[in-house]
Structure formats: structure tokens, C-alpha cells
Design a protein around this ligand. Sequence first.
Ligand SMILES: [Zn+2]
Ligand SMILES: [Zn+2]
Length: 230
Amino acid sequence: MNLETSHKKDELLEMLWRLHEFYELTMPAFQAHDPTGVYQGYLKEFASNGVLRVEGEQIVLTTEGLEMARGLVRRHRLAERLIVDVLGKRPEETERSACEFEHILAPELVEAICTLLGHPRFCPHGIPIPEGSCCLESRKSVESAVIPLTHLAKGQKGRIVFLNTHDNTRLQRLLHIGLVPGTWVTMLQHYPALVIVIENSQIAIETSIGEEIRVVPGEPIRSGGYDGIS
Ligand SMILES: [Zn+2]
Ligand SMILES: [Zn+2]
């Protein structure tokens, strides 16, 4: 198979994935995205190779087809991240190079790049990057390290890593009182009210709010800061 054919097939797979992801994977939708019929032949070939099935108007990617398309899209969007985050290009400059990258990246490299980039969830255009096994692994280990603030023992310190709230008003309030990611907190008491120390001052917060604040237990690296519990 020559290079151009293989690129065309990859492009078609990506197009099918996008339809599957955002729109609907039907013949009319496919034809609307392939007005000149460039991919028609490849679609037939995919059908005969077990990459997909055509059922009436529906196009159904087989398990194998889904896996192939997902992998391609993952490589493409990770390449975009790499180009933007590491090479400092603007998102609109990524398209050509990302398309080239995705064909040449070996699977082992994909995992390494994903890890290097911190397992990004979204491409620079804000579209989700399909997860790889490296992402699932890292999430498992991160999840065990990150705990709700309320799980800190009395006297234990932790660094705020994120605020797990979807309530915007509440989020603003937390930020306003200084509960921002990166801040060290010390647990003073759990009951009757949750009392913590940040930046030398004691504050009481509702337990439900404490549940939404996620921390990594530990000690600040620099000594000589506040000593809120002595
Ligand atoms: Zn993108
Ligand atoms: Zn990953």
C-alpha cells in the first residue's frame, strides 16, 4: 500500500470517528462530509475488511475499526498538544504537522509523549483526547494520592491541588478566602465545624465544602512558614 493510500485511509477513519463522536455515523452524514466522493472506494474496502459494517443508513465501526480510529485520533490530538505545549506553536499552526505526526508515531512513543505532556485530556482546540492505558494508570496513582480535605487527620498538612466543585458561586467564594490550588492547609479540627489554618489564619468551613477541596497530604518543602498548630 503506498503512502498516499494509507494517509487517505487514515483520514477516512478519522472522519468516521468524528462523525461517531459528535454527529451521527450514517451514510448521508458520511456523504455530506465527502461531497466529491474521494473516500467512497475506501469506505467499501473498509466494509470488506471488517473495519466497519453498513446496516441500512447506519455505518457501524467494528471493534477493530473503533480501535484503529481511536488510536489515530489520539495520536493526532496528542501531536497537536506536543506542537503547542512543547514547540510553542499556536493551535491553528498544528494541523499539517499533527497530520504527519500521527502516521509516524510508534505506539510506545505515543504513551511516552502522553506521559511527558501529563496525560492531557483535551487537544488545543478543546476536543477530548481519547485516553490510553498510560492515562488510566496515572489516574489510579494520582487518585490514591489526592484526598478530600476532610480526610486529613488533625494536625496533618496538605497542599490544595484542585477544587472539585461545579458550583461557580461556591468556587469564587473558595478562591476569595484563599483556598486556591497550591496553598498549604493544616487541619485543626473536624467537629463541630471544620477548622483549618491557611496562611497563619484559622478559618471555619462547612464540611460539605471541605469534601470538595482536594489535597495531597505532605509537608511544605521550605521550612520557616507558619506553624499554625503548635
Ligand atoms: Zn485539535
Ligand atoms: Zn496518558
